[in-house]
Design a protein around this ligand. Structure first.
Ligand SMILES: C[S@@+](CC[C@H](N)C(=O)[O-])C[C@H]1O[C@@H](n2cnc3c(N)ncnc32)[C@H](O)[C@@H]1O
Length: 494
């Protein structure tokens, strides 16, 4: 195994304890920020004091500390005029150790390649693929597919198969690339029919584009020509695209095209498989002996279903492992939303360009709740108070409140502009607080993502003996700045 069970359990326990400790902070509804006084009720006094000593710019750079190697960097930063307080420092340290990168669990991509005995020369040349593909898709997608495809190719050659089942294939970028670049026999499945139709059309376009490049009909740079000549003209067919909703009970043979038989061996993959789909793919790998390899990257954790939720689900996306199930671990939707925010993204932003619009929108929304409660005597615990994307359309706070009130079918005549502005003036001094609070929540993100990812690794380890899984790994396959959901679970059977 990439990592032994004992060290995995100990990491998961540690992370889980951290999440339990700060669960209320992560699951707090920002719309109730003022009405429930989150600032005073959810953050200890010492932490609040330490936070308020920082300037707004310093607050925005706080998440930097999660991706830097040493918390003390902040204190040495020439821009920092106030040294970071003891309580805040210890919170940062506590959060940092829950980052997957700090857990000694990740397998480096080169070690993964070695484990897969990947020796085909030129196959790991991502740059080549990137040069060619970025004209055809956005840079983020180009980065993802050019990083993930060689891993899948390596997995296929290790598992001695060329058949790939790409589940949740979306617009088909990964599937098409695997066919053209690596001549793999790909079945691409997506539950949205429009995606399948457009993926198929796009694949044909890409095929022509690819051939044009290869035959040199288009004017490309000398460097590209040299690179392109190292690729063979694709002899493989394009992927077979299919519309179907895939669950653990899906008969996978029904998905395969007539000229392909995946039951003789295949690899199952999924790129940015939202919500429960990453878990479904992992379970399918465990369930079917003919699926020899797995490579899956999850996303949209807020769409996961949870076992210990109020709603009864027949199957759930989290947790999969008996280890977490036995402990009745429950995260909650809000904290899973928080888990989507990669601190690395913030770490690279230029502070001068940073916009506080997301905090301002939270701020407006939190004041609106107070107005609804005080002026309209509304029961603000109601779950159906939905105002949608009013913030981005509003020219001012008054406009924001008026639009929201109208949207809720309330009579806004009784609320004068002056009265609305009184609310803004009352809460304005607390805007910095909201920024600090939002940053504190962001510190929880790596731990939440780590637990969701490690749960799948743990499930694979638990199933290893019974289904002959010989190796399983978690590897950071994307650059977090280019693509924040970057952890791939890779496994293969003997
Ligand atoms: C975030 S998109 C990723 C698409 C593609 N893999 C990519 O990275 O470009 C997730 C896709 O999974 C599909 N999907 C979600 N759940 C599914 C399921 N249970 N079965 C099949 N497709 C599913 C959605 O329709 C969507 O196109």
């Amino acid at each position: 195994m990439g990592k032994d069970a004992e060290s995995l359990y100990s990491s998961m326990t540690h992370i889980q304890q951290y999440i339990t400790k700060y669960g209320e902070l992560g699951n707090a509804h920002m719309v109730e920020y003022f009405t429930k006084d989150h600032w005073n009720n959810l953050l200890p006094q010492d932490l609040r004091t330490d936070l308020m000593k920082l300037s707004v710019d310093q607050l925005y750079t706080l998440p930097l500390e999660l991706s830097c190697s040493n918390v003390k960097n902040f204190e040495k930063d020439p821009k920092a005029t106030v040294s970071i307080g003891k309580t805040l420092l210890s919170f940062i340290q506590e959060s940092k150790v829950c980052h997957l990168g700090a857990q000694d669990i990740l397998t480096k991509i080169n070690d993964l390649k070695s484990a897969l005995n990947y020796t085909r020369t030129g196959k790991m040349d991502k740059q080549l693929a990137n040069v060619k593909s970025k004209e055809y898709m956005c840079q983020k997608k180009a980065h993802e597919i050019t990083e993930m495809s060689p891993v899948i190719d390596a997995l296929c050659s290790h598992c001695n198969t060329s058949k790939v089942l790409d589940v949740g294939s979306g617009r088909g970028y990964l599937s098409t690339f695997l066919s053209l670049r690596y001549q793999l026999d790909v079945t691409a499945v997506d539950c949205t029919e429009n995606n399948t139709i457009s993926a198929s059309l796009r694949a044909e376009k890409f095929f022509k584009y690819w051939n044009k490049r290869l035959s040199g009909k288009k004017n490309i740079s000398q460097a590209s020509v040299t690179e392109v000549t190292t690729i063979q003209t694709p002899s493989a067919a394009l992927p077979s695209f299919k519309s179907a909703y895939v669950s653990c009970d899906t008969e996978l043979v029904d998905l395969q095209p007539s000229d392909s038989d995946i039951t003789h061996g295949c690899v199952i993959v999924g790129l940015h498989t939202c919500g429960d789909l990453a878990s479904t793919i992992t379970e399918l790998f465990v369930k079917h002996s003919f699926i020899k390899g797995l490579c899956v990257v999850g996303c949209c954790y807020h769409h996961l279903t949870e076992k210990y939720d109020q709603t009864e689900h027949e199957r759930v996306g989290f947790p999969l492992s008996s280890y977490l199930k036995n402990q009745h671990v429950h995260l909650g939707r809000n904290i899973r939303m928080v888990g989507l925010k990669a601190p690395e993204k913030v770490a690279v932003s230029d502070i001068a360009q940073m916009s506080n619009s997301s905090e301002r929108s939270l701020f407006y929304r939190a004041i609106l709740t107070v107005i609804l409660q005080e002026e309209f005597e509304m029961d603000i615990s109601r779950k159906d108070i939905c105002i949608g994307k009013v913030f981005s359309k509003s020219k001012s706070f008054v406009d924001y409140v008026q639009r929201s009130v109208k949207k809720l079918n309330l009579n806004c005549d009784k609320l004068s502009d002056e009265r609305i502005m009184d609310y803004l003036h009352k809460f304005q001094p607390r805007f910095k607080e909201i920024i600090a609070f939002a940053m504190m929540r962001q510190f929880l993100a790596p731990a939440i993502e780590a637990l969701i990812v490690l749960d799948k690794l743990c499930y694979l380890l638990e199933s290893a003996e019974s289904v002959n899984i010989s190796q399983c790994y978690v590897s950071e396959i994307f650059n977090p700045i280019k693509s924040p959901r970057r952890y791939a679970i890779v496994a293969f059977k003997s």
